[in-house]
Design a protein around this ligand. Structure first.
Ligand SMILES: C[S@@+](CC[C@H](N)C(=O)[O-])C[C@H]1O[C@@H](n2cnc3c(N)ncnc32)[C@H](O)[C@@H]1O
Length: 315
């Protein structure tokens, strides 16, 4: 099945759309929270099925995405929030909102990557920016030019899983201030001496982007809040593109599920779902994607049929 999405943006193909629809299984009337609505590919497919715009919310911290969503869903009555998804989730809890379906499709979108001036790519010179939300003050230039060598090496090691993190941090510090994306990419290439399968700067750029946008702490802190926002029987799907993100989701889902009497989630994907060969051939960005989905139990401790069966008679 290849879902035809009439609203699909030509620059942005929603990742694993068929799989997302299969696992979220949207029903008429479902309330939908899209934490990273982007260019609305997943959202429009889900909302076509639920038809419930008025009780659904689309979040993105990027103004370009919000203005795109605004024209895409004009007059539908849907609620758009130009916020990071953690602040948005906190606000929705305060307003006692509930959702039947929650989706978080993490990372940046192709229109971001393709817009040279945003500083996410190093194909042409641009200022070191990398902010998803341009109202934020911290930029990539701040991290590159004002972090200690030790901390810089640690960011590049941890978030980029970059073996030459020390050499790269050292070269950066020696050449400060580093002004443009291409200057930074050249320094990383020097540290690598030109032997690498992908462009050696890819990992360093990803690491700095994750640090600029606090991507891992956003995810870690939002997961328990999304769980609160989920109605009993509701489903949450997360698509991650980085092993550290996937680990955060995996551990959170594992901690909230299982045969514990107080488990609140049932895993719908025992292992992460990956895109099929057709998708990875057509959309290179999908290659590292992993989807995990869980359902909130209907009543604490009793909705899990398996754990129920294991109980002793009379208990
Ligand atoms: C991969 S794209 C989502 C694409 C979307 N599912 C679609 O079909 O068009 C990720 C989007 O999430 C946004 N984003 C990433 N982290 C965010 C956060 N912490 N809070 C709010 N939005 C975020 C980015 O600005 C980007 O537009």
């Amino acid at each position: 099945m290849h879902h035809k999405n009439p609203h699909q943006n030509k620059d942005h193909t929603p990742v694993m759309l068929d799989e997302v629809l299969k696992y979220l299984n949207p029903q008429k009337g479902d309330r939908y929270l899209d934490a990273t609505a982007g260019f609305g590919g997943h959202a429009s497919a889900v909302l076509d099925l639920t038809g419930n715009y008025k009780q659904s919310v689309l979040v993105d911290r990027d103004e370009l995405a919000i203005s795109h969503l605004n024209s895409m869903f004009k007059g539908s009555g849907i609620n758009l929030l130009h916020q990071d998804y953690l602040s948005a989730a906190k606000g929705l809890v305060r307003n006692e909102r509930a959702f039947d379906l929650i989706l978080a499709d993490l990372g940046v979108s192709s229109p971001h990557l393709n817009e040279v001036s945003r500083g996410f790519s190093f194909t042409k010179p641009a200022p070191l920016d990398m902010r998803m939300d341009r109202r934020q003050t911290k930029t990539a230039a701040d991290i590159v030019n004002h972090t200690s060598e030790k901390q810089l090496a640690e960011i590049i090691r941890r978030y980029g899983e970059e073996p030459r993190h020390r050499q790269i941090a050292n070269l950066i510090v020696k050449n400060r201030p580093v002004i443009s994306t291409t200057e930074l990419a050249d320094l990383v290439s020097r540290a690598w001496g030109g032997h690498s399968r992908v462009h050696p700067a890819t990992r360093t750029f990803m690491a700095i982007r994750i640090a600029v946008n606090d991507e891992l702490s956003q995810l870690e802190e939002a997961l328990p809040i999304w769980l609160k926002l989920l109605a009993p029987g509701g489903r949450i799907a997360v698509i991650s593109f980085h092993s550290l993100e996937d680990r955060i989701v995996k551990q959170f889902f594992a901690g909230e599920s299982g045969n514990r009497y107080d488990a609140s989630l049932t895993l719908l994907t025992k292992r992460p779902v990956a895109p099929g060969p057709h998708e990875t051939a057509n959309n290179p960005r999908s290659r590292s994607a992993k989807l995990r989905v869980a359902a909130k139990q209907k009543r604490k401790g009793t909705a899990n049929a398996d754990s129920g069966k294991k109980q002793l008679p009379g208990i």
